[in-house]
Design a protein around this ligand. Sequence first.
Ligand SMILES: Cc1cc2nc3c(=O)[nH]c(=O)nc-3n(C[C@H](O)[C@H](O)[C@H](O)COP(=O)(O)O)c2cc1C
Length: 232
Amino acid sequence: MDELDVFQAIYSCRSLRRFKPDPVPDELLAKILGAAIQAPCGGNEQNWLFVVVRSEQQRRKLGDIYRRAGAILVSWYEKVDKPGHMSTAEYRRFLTSGLHLHQHLADAPVLVVACLRLEGLASVAADHPREPQLAMFDSVPWMAGASIYPAVQNLILACRAVGLGTCLTTNHLLFEEEVKEVLGLPAEFRTFALLPIGYPINNFGPVKRKPLSEVVALDQFGQAAAFTKTPS
Ligand SMILES: Cc1cc2nc3c(=O)[nH]c(=O)nc-3n(C[C@H](O)[C@H](O)[C@H](O)COP(=O)(O)O)c2cc1C
């Protein structure tokens, strides 16, 4: 297989939710997990834990939880409007693909649950009572996510590079305590993403995103950046 450069991987790394039953070799799992943990994290604490779920019994338990969460989310998706940047056909494909995963999560040969031990920043704040601004770290919920999602994205791109499909999912958070129980996770761990991984049935990319001109401002809000105009 030819090597992909990083831009080719990024631009063709769409979410894939249907998987062949073929097993994922240990060497590939080690390779993608090794890539995941090269990511940056707050304070270089590396309090992450990636639970690799291969056992059929464990996958079925997580699949059951994901299916129940999916049933709740479906009724929510029925009430919200589709994002304006998606065509009706694109939105239908997105919903169909998501629905498929609700029913078939456990069919992926590997599930990875990305977790983080949440005692690092909290203990820093507790150890420094005279520096109340450190408590800020505990009151900004996305501080924790910022220390695990870069690793998750590394994992996603590494999957792409070795020909594995995956999709970042968070639906399981509706029943996170049940997921933690299935995995035997101690209380101080939280789960941030559940990724089905396997050889994809569908093709990779290209991903479709809003144009840069809609999502980049130069120097201040609302000011267009000339370099983001699509060349004509
Ligand atoms: C924070 C986050 C949560 C997501 N949760 C789910 C999910 O629970 N189930 C799912 O099928 N996809 C989930 N996705 C995948 C998005 O639906 C997908 O990235 C988005 O629709 C863009 O599609 P693309 O990746 O194919 O370009 C999630 C993505 C992110 C970043």
